[in-house]
Ligand binder design. Structure first.
Ligand SMILES: [Fe+2]
Length: 314
């Protein structure tokens, strides 16, 4: 039994030396950012979360992972088990927070009781004509150019020093379920996609992915759900035109199935746009997969690491 079962990821926190430059990047990425009374930059999407990305002034780096607990009572349970106190969360939306350090020393903020904001309108996915089904009749497609409509933060990927230790630490505290465990050889796992335990309710294939990395512990990327495939492609064109730095995409992952598009912020932190990901319940079990499946695509460019390896072989 885990201490609590978290509901979802809440936010990612960074530090950066130029909040104006971060705000401009986030605007191109499709988030609305503004400086709050504490002097930090907080960005939100079209969903109800008061913020999903925060940046305080400082040397560029990843500062904290925010997870959302189901209730204030759960925060108390977690805090008592961990020997920490529950404090006021002094960020947009308020609420309460229990701050933990994972075995790699990373700050994990578990929050509850935030005041949600009114969601902004999100474009729907108009009917699509295919070769066999033609529901869009006598109506053209017209899309305005502009950034993607980011709706919510969907997952974070963390590089960890030791997968077994870190995987157990997160699963034991937050009730995470392995969706796919990544093995370098049979019986030798080095990472896993974890989903939240929401019982019979559907949840994303992964809310957290931990990967043992030769680089040691660090931030890998954070991934934001956009309105739909057209919206993701609109955002791709916008970021490209704005001269932003692409990292990988557009493609469709194998594990999680989502259509993805990775970009770098001005300091090299990777942020992903995604849409059309898998949804599972707690009963849907766990699988294992190899590195080729992890890095492989159903369509789209090779992962940069695989592309470099192929280049070396030529
Ligand atoms: Fe991702």
């Amino acid at each position: 039994m885990s201490m609590i079962r978290i509901a979802d990821i809440a936010y990612v926190r960074f530090t950066a030396p130029d909040l104006g430059a971060m705000a401009a990047f986030l605007a191109d990425f499709g988030l609305t950012a503004e400086i709050w009374s504490d002097g930090a930059l907080y960005a939100r999407g079209a969903g109800p979360a008061p913020f999903v990305h925060a940046t305080a002034l400082g040397e560029p780096g990843f500062a904290a992972l925010g997870l959302r607990a189901d209730s204030l009572a759960d925060l108390d349970v977690l805090a008592a088990a961990e020997g920490v106190t529950v404090e006021d969360l002094r960020s947009p939306g308020g609420g309460r927070v229990a701050r933990l350090r994972d075995p790699d020393g990373r700050l994990v903020e578990v929050v509850a009781g935030q005041t949600l904001v009114d969601p902004a309108p999100v474009p729907g996915d108009p009917p699509r004509n295919t070769a066999t089904v033609r529901p869009r009749r006598r109506a053209p497609v017209r899309l305005a150019a502009g950034p993607s409509r980011v709706v919510r933060l969907g997952h974070a990927v963390l590089d960890v020093s030791d997968y077994r230790t870190l995987g157990a630490w997160y699963a034991d505290r937050f009730g995470l379920i392995v969706s796919d465990e990544i093995e370098v050889a049979p019986g030798a796992p080095i990472g896993a996609f974890f989903r939240c335990d929401r019982g019979d309710d559907l949840t994303d294939h992964h809310t957290l992915f931990l990967l043992q990395s030769p680089r040691g512990p660090g931030f890998n990327h954070a991934a934001f759900e956009v309105a739909n495939v057209d919206d993701l492609m609109r955002g791709h064109s916008h970021l490209k035109t704005a001269g932003r730095t692409p990292a990988w995409g557009v493609g469709r992952h194998i594990l999680g199935s989502q259509v993805f598009d990775y970009w770098k912020d001005p300091w090299g932190h990777e942020l992903e746009h995604w849409t059309d990901g898998d949804l599972f319940t707690a009963a849907d079990g766990s699988n294992t997969a190899d590195m080729a499946t992890l890095l492989g695509v159903q369509w789209g460019p090779l992962h940069p690491m695989m592309a470099a390896a192929q280049e070396r072989r030529l």
